[in-house]
Design a protein around this ligand. Structure first.
Ligand code: DAH
Length: 355
């Protein structure tokens, strides 16, 4: 028999269903729907509240009442779900629209970098000497912050010798004898100290001199040092190697000439000229109308230098050479100002891309 409590609860459940349906209908935002869910279906919601009255219902009627409550709950849940999903779909659609990728749009232009002309020239020069069997010393093998011993003394520049003044050297205040190397010739000493004979190497790197800056001189520049030490090395070997170098570097057979010169670490010493690549010896502005361009210093390694690294000069001899990279690059690419290598002007640097 249906008791009063039964009919009350049933009535209330039915009325709750209607209220919930009305509330659902009226909810026109996602938040409003969420509020309906909390109000009716939440843990502390109205359906749960009503179901507390189930205990007053006659035991035989409880299942039917419970089923009714469940049915209401489920129906409401489904209706809510359906309404919410409209909002969710709309949200997703909006998000997708905002994130749409137009694959036909042009990409962001990121220009490719290029090798600096000096790096390029160093690589070219090293490749030429590698082709003649010279090993290339890593440019961090020799320190740029050097001691007087490696920069001068071991290279046979006696203390107070005027030859030290040929290179206006930067001294540091670290200690009286610590300086910025003024030449890559320190590589000769450092390499021979650590490697067995025979030696056949080139060593590129940066050097520093306290120069007045102009279109031909800068306070830092690059050199490439060459060294060959073995038995029975002749001056003509040096000539052959350098002749082959100029041929490959400037492209084509070109006369070279050796003028006597002086360097403390070579004896005899020479400065090497290549026939002017612009006028082929006829004389022009670049070569100062002499038809020749000076490109490097060279000579036979002085016996004192060998002795300083513990090599017996009676048994071994060798040749060395040192060239200015900027000068060679300027000649090869007709660059008229050394400062262009150092001020990072893209209009200049771009011209060497893909060379
Ligand atoms: N170190 C010399 C300079 O900077 C260049 C040089 C000359 C290097 C003759 C050599 C050499 O190895 O044999 O002026």
């Amino acid at each position: 028999m249906e008791t009063k409590a039964d009919s009350n609860l049933k009535h209330e459940l039915e009325s709750l269903r209607q209220q919930a349906e009305a509330a659902l209908k009226a909810a026109d935002t996602k938040d409003a729907l969420e509020a309906v869910r909390v109000e009716y279906l939440g843990r502390k919601g109205r359906i749960t509240g009503l179901m507390r009255g189930l205990k007053d219902v006659a035991p035989e009627d409880r299942p039917a009442m419970g089923a009714l409550a469940n049915e209401i709950q489920e129906a409401l849940g489904q209706a809510l779900e359906a309404r919410l999903s409209v909002y969710l779909q709309a949200e997703i659609a909006e998000k997708l629209k905002a994130e749409t990728m137009d694959v036909t749009m042009p990409g962001t232009y990121r220009p490719m970098g290029g090798q600096h002309p000096l790096s390029r020239v160093v690589a070219d020069i090293c490749a030429i000497f590698a082709g003649m069997g010279f090993a290339v010393i890593d440019d961090d093998f020799c320190p740029e912050i050097e001691t007087e011993y490696y920069n001068f003394e071991a290279l046979n520049f006696p203390e107070h010798h005027p030859a030290r003044d040929m290179q206006d050297t930067y001294y540091t205040n670290v200690a009286g004898n610590v300086l910025l190397r003024s030449q890559t010739s320190n590589a000769q000493i450092r390499y021979m100290e650590n490697h067995p004979l025979p030696v056949r190497v080139v060593s590129p790197g940066r050097v520093y001199r306290n120069e007045e800056v102009n279109s031909r001189k800068f306070v830092l520049f690059h050199q490439l040092e060459g060294l060959l030490v073995d038995e029975h090395v002749r001056f003509s070997d040096l000539k052959g190697v350098l002749h082959e170098f100029t041929k490959q570097f400037f492209g084509g057979e070109r006369p070279t000439r050796f003028r006597t010169s002086f360097f403390p670490f070579t004896e005899p010493s020479a400065e090497v000229d290549v026939q002017c690549i612009f006028c082929e010896g006829k004389g022009c502005q670049v070569c100062g109308h002499v038809g020749w361009l000076e490109i490097l210093g060279a000579g036979m390694v002085d016996p004192n230098v060998l002795q300083n690294v513990g090599i017996d000069p009676a048994k071994y001899n060798g040749f060395a050479f040192g060239m200015g990279i900027e000068r060679l690059a300027m000649l090869k690419y007709s660059i008229n100002d050394i400062r262009l290598f150092f001020n990072n002007d893209l209009r200049f640097l771009k011209q060497f891309k893909g060379l």
